[in-house]
Design a binder for this molecule. Structure first.
Ligand code: RET
Length: 282
């Protein structure tokens, strides 16, 4: 066998060993497993419910909102299977300075990776509802993806404790861009598009729950480890996920199905009004 082939085989073997060790740990922790299975069940159930709610929805914009939102549940389902199988969970040795320095902590890094797919879909659905223009939507989604990727970096950095927090601060800066758009910019678009009430409800739900994620990170095992339990940290994210994904999606889709006409008329109205206000602020 060549040196390269031996290297690849060894790496694969290590990956396999790591995965089965991680899997055993997950399976031996009933509280942790429950935090994952609950979401598998809810993601599966919600995807079916949303497909059922989609029957009879015909206009383009409403269908697009449905597709984006159903995908949120499907991404979630895959994400939780990744965590359950041990594929996207790893043992991360915390650097000196961390409360659990030198210990191997179970890191559910797959969560940050899959948020890269699910959170843009949430923002896309909200953006379509408020009839935000393409450039704005692109900028906010780009900031959101950057938030998730740098969040992943914060979770996986083991070289030095300080660098974990550097990535955390970078990720939070991108998060502020997203929050700014949701709180300060998009409401005017929603007002012009005639979707203000539902937008306000969903926006408030989103802002409040999304702020919970960096809080869970900071107090959980990966941050200050004030809550020194992988299972409880996992439950923190799982509970936030229930509100930020399934409850959010249900409220949105129920409204869209009942107000298809408003959604159709909203298309182009939010952006057109915003453009005319920019030209003539009076
Ligand atoms: C991290 C840690 C680094 C700092 C910040 C974070 C924010 C995460 C957020 C996640 C939202 C996830 C959702 C998932 C739904 O599928 C990465 C925790 C700011 C806001 C809504």
């Amino acid at each position: 066998m060549t040196l390269a082939a031996t290297g690849v085989t060894t790496t694969l073997a290590l990956l396999q060993t790591g995965q089965s060790e991680v899997l055993t740990r997950i399976q031996n922790d009933a509280l942790l497993s429950a935090s994952l299975w609950t979401n598998v069940a809810l993601a599966g159930f919600s995807a079916l419910l949303f497909l059922y709610m989609a029957r009879g929805v015909e206009t383009d914009r409403a269908r697009l909102i449905f597709v984006a939102t159903i995908l949120i549940s499907l991404v979630s389902l895959s994400s939780y299977f990744g965590l359950l199988s041990g594929l996207t969970v790893g043992l991360v040795e915390m650097p000196a300075g961390h409360a659990l320095g030198g210990e191997e902590v179970l890191s559910q890094w797959g969560r940050y990776l899959t948020w890269t797919f699910s959170t843009p879909l949430i923002l896309l659905a909200l953006g379509l509802l408020a009839d935000v223009d393409g450039v704005d939507l692109f900028a906010v989604i780009a900031a959101d993806v950057a938030m998730c990727v740098t969040g992943l970096a914060a979770a996986l950095t083991t070289s030095a404790y300080g660098y974990r927090w550097v990535f955390y601060v970078i990720s939070s800066s991108f998060f502020i861009v997203v929050l700014y758009a949701l709180v300060a910019k998009w409401p005017a678009r929603a007002e012009a598009a005639g979707t203000r009430d539902i937008f306000t409800t969903l926006r408030t739900l989103t802002v409040v729950l999304w702020i919970g994620y960096p809080v869970v990170w900071a107090v959980g095992v990966e941050g200050f480890a004030l809550v020194d339990s992988t299972a409880l940290t996992s439950w923190g994210y799982s509970i936030l996920d229930i509100g930020a994904k399934y409850v959010f999606a249900f409220l949105l889709l129920r409204w869209v199905a009942r107000n298809e006409q408003t959604v159709r008329e909203a298309a182009g109205r939010g952006t057109a009004r915003a453009a005319s206000t920019a030209q003539d602020p009076q």
